[in-house]
Write a protein that binds this ligand. Structure first.
Ligand SMILES: [Ca+2]
Ligand SMILES: [Ca+2]
Ligand SMILES: [Ca+2]
Length: 440
């Protein structure tokens, strides 16, 4: 198997926090050290087939779903990924979805027989995590969303001829089973976001990321979602390989009290539902393992990588790049009503600017991986000129006490002026034009 295959295998070790040590030791010796890696890169050994400079093919598999933290192997993973993966110069819009109010009560029982669920639109079918250029998923996956004053409801249907699962302990590493995953970043700053994973046995793992792993973030498994309601429906039989199943259904109710408190300045448990028209960054992922039968029981095929199927493509095997997650726009219109039918998804005009700022960030990551330090001038980065109709001037790179910021001066179509900023930890912020400008 090639590079990609081994990377995918190594990622298994890096994702597992609790059980990762042994696996990491098992796989780590097969990997070159960071120094060796850079030496190989310097000799051009990998340059022949690794697209280093973005472009449509600029995303080979990476191993960055990991939760193994602070290890040398992890740092090497990141350095390698940073060298290989860059956003395409052409803006690729994330998926969008309008989430309407549920008309009646949603009973979280694993059945989507409520009228409101029937009236809610399905998302697009999930695609490979690396995008539609990769082979289509073997099994269909799609989701629906609704909300009311208390909850953000998510339903998913996962076509599955063999429904099976093993994990029963809360906060276990659920993606070691086939699973369904939810990612939520309410303010879209790419920091402080929640993740929830669930398997066919209705076992959940809720965790909070203060920032992405690639930026030094450490998962907080102690983060819990009090009041969360979850249910699984199995259209078939669970853990019975003697027949063929059809699908499993996930039904979830996330309390706003908890999700809303992911926003800055909101005390724990004090979150509220989003305002009319608010847009949150959300993505869904499905992990699917190849299985075999061992003594009549389902078992993972050893050393086979998992498939990752998602709603909004990540363009690399890494969910922890919130800049490519989908956009959920909340509407107070009741699902299925005439007012709801008139609501349209309105893409945020800043999305292309964010994409461009992300390109600078990834170019800086690559620069640091190659040269040991961030570039001090944008011209040192391997980037084509960044253009967008909303930009009112060139991007500027501003050194900070630690790291840097890149500023993009913007005028919205309505005339409002602001500065979009990304920093060295991929945090995205928008500053009003009149705000004090440090760093000049
Ligand atoms: Ca239900
Ligand atoms: Ca956030
Ligand atoms: Ca937890």
């Amino acid at each position: 198997m090639g590079f990609r295959q081994r990377r995918r295998t190594a990622q298994i070790s890096n994702r597992g926090q609790s059980s990762g040590i042994g696996l990491q030791q098992r796989f780590a010796p097969h990997w070159p050290s960071l120094g060796q890696t850079l030496a190989l890169l310097a000799t051009g050994f990998w340059l022949g087939y690794l697209p280093l400079c973005g472009g449509p093919g600029g995303s080979l598999g990476s191993g960055a779903r990991g939760v193994g933290l602070g290890s040398v192997a992890w740092a090497e993973d990141q350095a390698i990924e940073n060298l290989r993966v860059r956003p395409d110069p052409k803006f690729l819009p994330p998926k969008g979805y309008v989430c309407f109010r549920a008309g009646g009560t949603i009973t979280v029982d694993g059945k989507l027989d409520e009228t409101a669920w029937q009236q809610a639109a399905w998302t697009d079918d999930f695609v490979d995590i690396e995008g539609s250029a990769k082979p289509a998923p073997r099994f269909r996956t799609r989701a629906r969303m609704l909300w009311d004053d208390e909850y953000f409801y998510i339903a998913a249907e996962l076509e599955e001829p063999h429904a099976w699962g093993t994990l029963t302990e809360h906060d276990a590493v659920i993606f070691h089973d086939n699973d369904f995953e939810v990612f939520v970043d309410p303010d879209g700053d790419c920091h402080r976001y929640g993740e929830f994973e669930i398997n066919t046995l209705n076992t959940g793992w809720d965790l909070l990321l203060p920032k992405p792993y690639k930026d030094g973030g450490q998962a907080d498994n102690g983060w819990e979602i009090p009041g969360l309601k979850t249910a699984i429906g199995i259209d078939g039989t669970l853990n019975d390989p003697t027949d063929t199943d059809r699908r499993w259904v996930v039904e979830l109710a996330f309390p706003w009290k908890v999700l809303g408190a992911l926003l800055p300045g909101v005390e724990p448990g004090q979150g509220v539902a989003p305002a009319e028209g608010a847009q949150w960054r959300v993505n869904f992922s499905r992990v699917e393992w190849q299985h075999e039968l061992v003594e009549g029981k389902y078992s993972k095929v050893p050393k086979q990588p998992e498939d990752n199927w998602v709603w909004s493509p990540q363009y690399t095997i890494n969910m922890h790049r919130p800049e490519t997650w989908g956009v959920v726009q909340f509407s107070k219109a009741r699902v299925g009503t005439r007012p709801a039918r008139e609501v349209r998804y309105k893409p945020d005009p800043l999305l292309p600017i964010r994409w461009q700022l992300s390109r600078v960030y990834y170019a800086q990551q690559a620069h640091r991986a190659r040269h040991g330090a961030y570039a001090t001038e944008l011209t040192q980065l391997d980037l084509t000129r960044l253009e967008d109709d909303l930009l009112t001037g060139p991007l500027t790179l501003r050194k900070q006490d630690i790291g840097y910021e890149v500023w993009a001066p913007v005028r919205l179509p309505g005339g409002e002026e602001m500065t979009c900023v990304i920093d060295h930890e991929s945090k995205f912020t928008v500053r009003q034009a009149n705000a004090p400008q440090s760093g000049d």
